[in-house]
Design a protein around this ligand. Structure first.
Ligand code: HDE
Length: 717
């Protein structure tokens, strides 16, 4: 008994044992071994409610004998474990989610009858899942990829799912091509790699044979495909939808989400390094922001238009490879989404949430966009296979908050116990069974757009979908010089990974047609022969550039929601660190203290200062700006550490604002970085500079003027 203190078969209070002591069954936890003792609520049970006496050892014959088949406790536990995984989503498998609410600024009754868009006093619960498209559920957060941005609104009239993306267009125009796209993009079937990467032959083979992909390719080769954070990316509904008001008047609508702290992206080298340093970078960032009550916020913007407007455009509003530029049709900001609660359980919520573009409510409807139409049949099917049957709407995360009643019955995992004799309609037996309601029920909008003169069945692509290059060109001409350079670098990297020269050449031909400058720069970066431009079905237009497409051009000057690191050593100035921390947090950013060891440092006043990261575990890619405040003694050791030198060199190469105390000079010398290289280098204890200047500069986020200096060989070709 003394050797196995917590392991009594009876509660301790029960006094003397009435049965002889059984041999020790300890899991060798020694003093750490935990039991429920007298607490009935804390008792571990099987799924049938039977209290478990030993959760460490399986039942066996004798001490070292064979395991017994009758061990129903072991079998239940292992069987449940074996079934813990469900099929992961075939696309958008890697995701992170949060709960929150949505609220309109003012009633939208003029354009829609949707109940959740009527009352500015009312908050509608939402669940939002962000994801990458390409990789599996365990892949990294920062590959070059589009991001899913799926919002489930739990409205009083049923669930509305806006299953969108962080890019306003898509690769293909017709659902028929989606499996081909996904197969080409995901890991190659014979070798099972690359994981979560488009830089391989099958993807570029497919898209180079699919000119309708050109506009989307410009977006995925741009900084949009490497967002800094889910909190800092825009979202789009992609397709044109309809809004219908109580008078049955319809308008077209494009949905947009805008983060209130602005959009910003990673530098490609940061994304690559983050893949190793923190594969959960985006997931962790979202979780921690909500945990610290820095709730991510997005405004809902609408582009609302009618048929007359649609008819005047140079492209078809049913074509999901096209966008309506904001200069042509500005966004109306109509409400705000706030994410204020982390999930309680990743599997039960983030994994089991079932989105479907066909989950709409009265007042919202579809258009004939052939990609959207294909999605409407696909998602239900995906949920049936993924969640194991037709009752996935009963899983708590998928349940509507309004009552739901119908005569659907039974099926795998049915939870609802529907009483009564009647499971059909019409019936004359039970008056209180549910009936259709023409007044308030969902009505599909009566008119078709466009009005089809022909009723002939056909497989064809409308002529109005044939221009594949104009908006790709518009995207290129709307970018700032650094963004253009990143597009050139991304194409060069990806095409450089393509093993078959013919695929590369074909793609370069498309780039020449998109814009000769883009084509020439990628050709130069790859060091290949000039190529013939691809022959477009429709000659591309030269649209007026749209600055709204550039995230650099419209970047807000803020450090809100960003993270700033302070690198310190033993002997660093306590008062100064304190002041800097207060000013950073006062400006709405987060601070992390980095020290050579995780145990922290002893500051100049002899006190201990805790570290948030050890230097070797907190590379500068985790942060948006950095401050280096070693003591004159501490810097000597720092300058001997590769981790410290890389930390500084990376911060510089990633164009971050770097503040420093002059005692850090030796580290800069070792890293071969000029302390006065540009305006992004701010001295904190000099006659110029100071904390105010540092924070002001940090609001710019990146020092773009530095880029040709650090990536000179590839920049500005
Ligand atoms: Fe999806 N898509 N998709 N999709 N999609 C799925 O549904 C599909 C498309 C998008 O966080 C699947 O539950 C087809 C465009 C997001 O759970 C699947 C077509 C856009 C998510 C499916 C498209 C999206 C999905 C995989 C062409 C941008 C993740 C598992 C007709 C607007 C939602 C699942 C979440 C998920 C099919 C095209 C966005 C297989 C057939 C365009 C954000 O049903």
């Amino acid at each position: 008994m003394a050797k196995d203190p917590g392991k009594s078969k009876e509660p301790k209070s029960s006094g003397k044992r009435s049965v002889p002591p059984i041999p020790s069954r300890t899991g060798h936890g020694g003093e750490l071994h935990q039991t429920a003792a007298g607490n009935i609520h804390g008792r571990l049970t099987t799924n049938q409610g039977v209290v478990i006496s030993d959760n460490q050892n399986s039942l066996r014959l004798g001490e070292r004998g064979t395991a017994l088949l009758e061990d129903f406790i072991l079998r239940e536990k292992i069987a449940h474990f074996d079934h813990e995984r469900i099929p992961e989503r075939i696309v958008y498998a890697r995701g992170s989610a949060a709960h929150g609410y949505f609220q309109v600024y003012k009633s939208l009754s003029a354009i829609t009858r949707a109940a959740f868009l009527q009352n500015p006093q009312e908050r509608t619960r939402v669940f939002v899942r962000f994801s990458t498209l390409t990789g599996g559920a365990g892949s990294i957060d920062t590959p070059r990829d589009l991001r899913g941005f799926a919002v489930k609104f739990y409205t009083s009239e049923g669930n509305f799912d806006l299953v969108g993306s962080n890019i306003p267009v898509f690769f293909i125009q017709d659902a028929m091509k989606f499996p081909d796209l996904a197969h080409a993009l995901k890991m190659e079937p014979d070798r099972g790699f690359p994981q979560a990467a488009s830089a391989h032959d099958t993807f570029w083979d497919f898209v180079s044979l699919t000119p309708e992909s050109m506009h989307m390719l410009m977006w995925v080769m741009s900084d949009r495909a490497i967002p800094r954070s889910f909190r800092m990316m825009e979202g789009f509904g992609v397709h044109t939808f309809r809004l219908i008001n109580a008078c049955d008047e319809a308008k077209f609508v494009k949905f947009h989400w805008r983060p209130t702290i602005g959009s910003t992206s990673l530098i490609w080298d940061e994304a690559v390094k983050l893949g190793g340093a923190d594969p959960d970078f985006h997931r962790r960032d979202l979780w921690e922001a909500i945990d610290k009550e820095h709730y991510p916020e997005f405004e809902l913007g609408l582009q609302v238009f009618d048929e007359a407007f649609a008819e005047k455009l140079d492209f078809d509003i049913l074509d999901p490879t096209k966008l309506i530029s904001e200069e042509l049709l500005p966004l109306q900001m109509v409400g705000k989404l706030v994410l204020d609660r982390n999930p309680d359980n990743f599997f039960a919520e983030t994994e089991q949430v079932a989105f479907h573009p066909g989950h709409v409510v009265p007042g919202i409807d579809f258009t004939n966009d052939p990609l959207l139409q294909g999605r409407l049949c696909s998602y239900l099917d995906a949920q049936l296979i993924r969640l194991g049957g037709p009752n996935f709407h009963e899983i708590p995360i998928n349940r509507p908050v309004c009552p739901w009643r119908n005569f659907q019955r039974d099926g795998q995992m049915r939870m609802t116990v529907a009483p009564g004799q009647i499971a059909y309609e019409p019936n004359s037996i039970a008056r209180d069974t549910p009936r259709e309601c023409p007044e308030t029920g969902f009505q599909s909008y009566r008119a078709n757009y466009p009005v089809e003169s022909s009723t002939e069945k056909r497989r064809s692509r409308a002529e109005s979908f044939a221009d594949h290059y104009s908006q790709a060109r518009l995207f290129w001409t709307s970018m700032t010089p650094p963004e253009q350079q990143h597009i050139v670098s991304a194409f060069s990297f990806e095409l450089g990974k393509v093993a078959r020269p013919a695929i590369r050449q074909r793609m370069l031909g498309h780039l020449m047609t998109i814009h000769s400058e883009l084509g020439r720069r990628v050709i130069a970066a790859l060091g290949v022969e000039e190529v013939e431009p691809a022959k477009p079905a429709v000659q591309p237009r030269n649209d007026k550039p749209s600055p709204a497409l550039s995230i650099v051009a419209k970047a807000p000057k803020t450090i809100q929601g960003r993270k700033i690191a302070i690198l310190v050593t033993d002997g660093s100035d306590a008062a100064f660190i304190g002041k800097l921390k207060r000013q950073i947090t006062g400006a709405g950013a987060e601070v992390a203290v980095l020290a050579p060891l995780i145990g922290g440092i002893r500051t100049s006043d002899g006190n201990r200062l805790a570290a948030d990261h050890a230097l070797y575990a907190g590379p500068s890619v985790f942060f948006d700006a950095v401050a280096i405040l070693p003591s004159s003694e501490g810097v000597v050791n720092l300058a001997r550490e590769a981790a410290a030198i890389d930390w500084l060199r990376d911060a510089f190469a990633h164009l971050k604002v770097i503040a420093y105390h002059t005692d850090a000079a030796l580290l800069f010398e070792k890293a071969q970085i000029d302390v006065a290289a540009d305006e992004g280098m701010v001295v904190l204890n000099g006659s110029t500079g100071g904390v105010g200047t540092f924070l002001d500069m940090a609001k710019q986020h990146r020092i773009w003027a530095r880029e040709p200096l650090v990536r000179g060989a590839t920049a500005s070709k």
